[in-house]
Design a protein around this ligand. Structure first.
Ligand SMILES: [Zn+2]
Ligand SMILES: [Zn+2]
Length: 325
């Protein structure tokens, strides 16, 4: 299974402002000369040493995750603004010739998970078939709201692609090509469903948006299967630990909580995402640093208790990240 993170930001697209980009450029140039390099051919060597998020940040598009399996199934989870560049890439293949079959899975219908749909070019190409899936709420109703005048110039009836709607049953697996997909409930102010996707014994758990209020096995019940032993979990870490205490009931979580959940349920790797649009790249890096410190303390506690120290891999997601599961 191949996962591509087309959008990792929460709530609203967050392009870097010219002021921020100017500061980043100055910082990089300053660092180049400080490091003792002088020749243009040394630029690449220098850039290799600088963390990627110093150079170009975490990305500003809202949630959209692409899943490919067996090279054929084209699945996207959520239609945030990240769906727009994903659509541009698809246009180079069968979808550009009206021969595309694309699957779009919704977790819920908050705007940040819909914004990219009117700018998803394959939807305008006659001959394409786009399947839309959800557990709660109607994808058809969402589409009719998105494509109506005077809010958008193209009305729903004029869309070129054939749209096929599917209603999913909670906690019931369904099959899509080589993938088995099961929806489980997350904790969000409006109903939101995560997905566990499995292929050939490998598993991806999509856990966004969630405040993760149910934490113990007893509280999670059947929904614990979403997380258990997942090879990769995408987890909502919109807030720093302090913010998560201030923003109870806002529907989002923090990396520390995802970290503990992953330990408890044997998750192997975690990508933290849905970054706060109000957070600068530096602030997200700080949250990453706090998580590293939390990990160090956790490991120390495990060692002191004579327990096996869990080997959890984790990182803060960056737009464009591609992951093999
Ligand atoms: Zn969201
Ligand atoms: Zn939401």
């Amino acid at each position: 299974m191949h996962i591509k993170l087309w959008g990792v930001r929460g709530s609203i697209p967050t392009p870097a402002s010219p002021t921020v980009l100017d500061g980043q450029r100055r910082g990089l140039l300053h660092g180049f000369f400080q490091s003792g390099y002088t020749r243009p051919e040394e630029i690449e060597t220098y850039l290799q040493r600088v963390p990627r998020t110093f150079i170009s940040g975490y990305g500003g598009n809202t949630l959209c995750v692409g899943v490919k399996a067996g090279g054929e199934t084209r699945l996207f989870i959520d239609g945030g603004s990240g769906l727009c560049p994903a659509g541009a890439e698809l246009m180079a293949g069968p979808a550009g010739r009206g021969k595309g079959e694309i699957h779009l899975l919704f977790t819920h219908f908050h705007w940040d998970h819909l914004l990219g749909i009117p700018f998803f070019t394959p939807i305008y190409i006659p001959g394409n078939v786009i399947h839309l899936y959800a557990v709660e709420g109607s994808p058809e109703e969402a589409m009719r709201i998105l494509f109506q005048k005077p809010y958008f110039p193209v009305p729903y009836e004029k869309l070129g692609a054939k749209l096929v709607y599917h209603s999913l049953t909670p906690r019931e697996p369904f099959t899509l090509g080589e993938l088995s997909i099961t929806p489980y409930q997350l904790d969000h102010p409006d109903p939101c469903w995560g997905y566990r996707i499995e292929e050939a014994g490998r598993s991806y758990a999509h856990c966004v948006d969630t405040e993760c209020k149910r934490f113990s096995m007893a509280e999670l019940g059947d929904d614990a299967k979403l997380y258990r032993g997942a090879d990769l979990m995408l987890f909502d870490a919109q807030y720093s630990l302090l913010e998560s205490i201030e923003k109870v009931d806002w529907g989002h979580s923090t990396a520390n909580l995802g970290f503990d959940l992953a330990h408890n349920l044997g998750v192997k790797r975690v990508a933290f995402t849905h970054h706060n649009p109000a957070a600068s790249d530096r602030k997200i890096r700080d949250a990453e640093g706090q998580t590293r410190e939390y990990e160090r303390l956790q490991k120390e506690a495990f060692r002191n208790a004579g327990k096996r120290v869990p080997d959890l891999k984790w990182f803060f997601a960056r737009e464009g990240d591609e992951l093999e599961v």
